[in-house]
Design a protein around this ligand. Structure first.
Ligand code: GAL
Length: 402
């Protein structure tokens, strides 16, 4: 009896805690991003030096290269566009961005969408003005510029109260979590209040299992990790680290293992192919982060492979997951619309390796066609086994269609 009472009490306390957690009740959020957002962001290449001209050049390059028509439509300015607030609290862009409204108009006139960056604390990560205490004012300002996408980065938010590794308050972890959720809800509500449909990118590095509450605060995507960099080690640490998160993603709400490094120059073509293939299997947002105005043909081919993009943007909206790993050889699968299946055979070793999988293990029973997505070539499953020598740090990405 005593045990039962204790259990009942525990349930009551837990559910009281959960029910107090703030929610956005956004009617707009679930209608946005039916497939993972695609576009470009200034941070990975331009870092703090980005200017309005760089963003216009990126927009022009999206159009000229064919990337816009391949689906990359969001042009997102990351941190360091922010200037000062005037006496009324109105934020102005800094000298690097002389005319945000003109920039928004330019993007829209060219079939692109406009993304911007801020955060719930007093300052952004690069110590520029963020939105704390000015949420509605800033949301209204973004809407007046024609903003379609906001990346909202936790950074300075109540930092002193939190353990930087987990965002947990030393005395009361639930209180810290509630504060953080509240801050994200506040901006979603402000965005919705503008009447403009604005995609909401929650950026707090995956703290507190954000995938379990991202949709409740009206997030359309949420970073599940810390920052990517242009190395195979970091890219694969983030990408393969997504195992088990598939069930939290779906149309309108996506796990985000961070932006692309393709074309930034420090990985091999094979490694970038792994990056794109893995992000596509993960239904990850495809936000290019390179200098689009100086792209090699190789980079264009990596970013614009139609079959890879089709996997990422598959209308079923189911994220893929790890099927099996043997040491550093991994097999990932993603169910696609119409009963098709995407399969990635990844070799994380520094020498070529043979990777095999049976159709039975993949659950394929009916007649099917197997295509190597990167080359378009047909692949045979001899005796019901798909087997290939996969280059070092490379991938064989397949689409199996019934
Ligand atoms: C980081 C964020 C990066 C970038 C940077 C800007 O916190 O994860 O993607 O936005 O801030 O200062």
């Amino acid at each position: 009896m005593r045990k039962l009472m204790m259990a009942a009490l525990l349930i009551a306390v837990c559910s009281a805690g959960v029910s107090q957690m703030p929610v956005a009740n956004s009617k707009i959020a679930p209608t946005l991003a039916p497939t993972p957002p695609m576009g470009w962001n200034s941070w990975n290449h331009f870092d703090k030096n980005v200017t309005q001209q760089d963003v216009m050049d990126a927009a022009d390059a999206l159009i000229k290269s064919g990337m816009r028509d391949a689906g990359y439509v969001y042009v997102n300015i990351d941190d360091t566009w922010e200037g000062d607030r005037d006496a009324s609290g109105m934020l102005h862009s800094n000298a690097k961005f002389p005319d945000m409204k003109a920039l928004g108009d330019y993007l829209h006139a060219h079939g692109l969408k406009f993304g911007i960056y801020s955060g719930p604390g007093p300052l952004t990560c690069a110590h520029y003005a963020a939105s704390e205490g000015h949420e509605q004012q800033d949301a209204d300002l973004y809407a007046s510029w024609g903003v379609d996408y906001l990346k909202y980065d936790l950074c300075s938010f109540k930092k002193t109260d939190m353990d930087p590794a987990t965002a947990a308050h030393p005395d009361d972890p639930q209180a810290a979590n509630r504060l953080m959720r509240e801050a994200y809800v506040k901006m979603r509500v402000a965005l919705d209040h503008t009447g403009r449909p604005i995609v909401y990118s929650v950026c707090q590095y995956g703290w507190d299992n954000v995938w379990t509450w991202g949709p409740a605060v009206g997030g359309n995507l949420w970073r599940t990790t810390g920052d990517i960099n242009d190395t195979y080690a970091r890219m694969t640490e983030l990408g393969f680290g997504q195992a088990g998160l598939a069930k939290f993603a779906g149309p309108g709400h996506w796990n985000d293992p961070d932006m692309l490094e393709v074309g930034n120059g420090k990985m091999s073509t094979e490694e970038y192919r792994t990056h794109m293939s893995l992000w596509a299997l993960l239904a990850a947002p495809l936000i290019a982060g390179n200098d689009l105005s100086k792209m090699s043909d190789d980079t264009k081919a990596l970013l614009m492979n139609k079959g890879v993009i089709a996997i990422d943007q598959d209308p079923l909206g189911k994220q893929g997951d790890r099927l099996r790993a043997e040491g550093l050889l991994e097999i990932w699968t993603r169910p696609l619309a119409g009963g098709a299946l995407a399969v990635g055979l990844f070799n994380r070793v520094t020498a070529p390796a043979t990777i095999s999988v049976t159709l039975k293990e993949l659950g394929i029973k009916s007649p099917h066609e197997i295509v190597n997505v990167w080359t378009g070539e047909k692949v045979e499953a001899k005796g019901g086994v798909i087997s290939a020598i996969v280059p070092n740090h490379g991938v064989l990405l397949l689409r199996i269609t019934p």
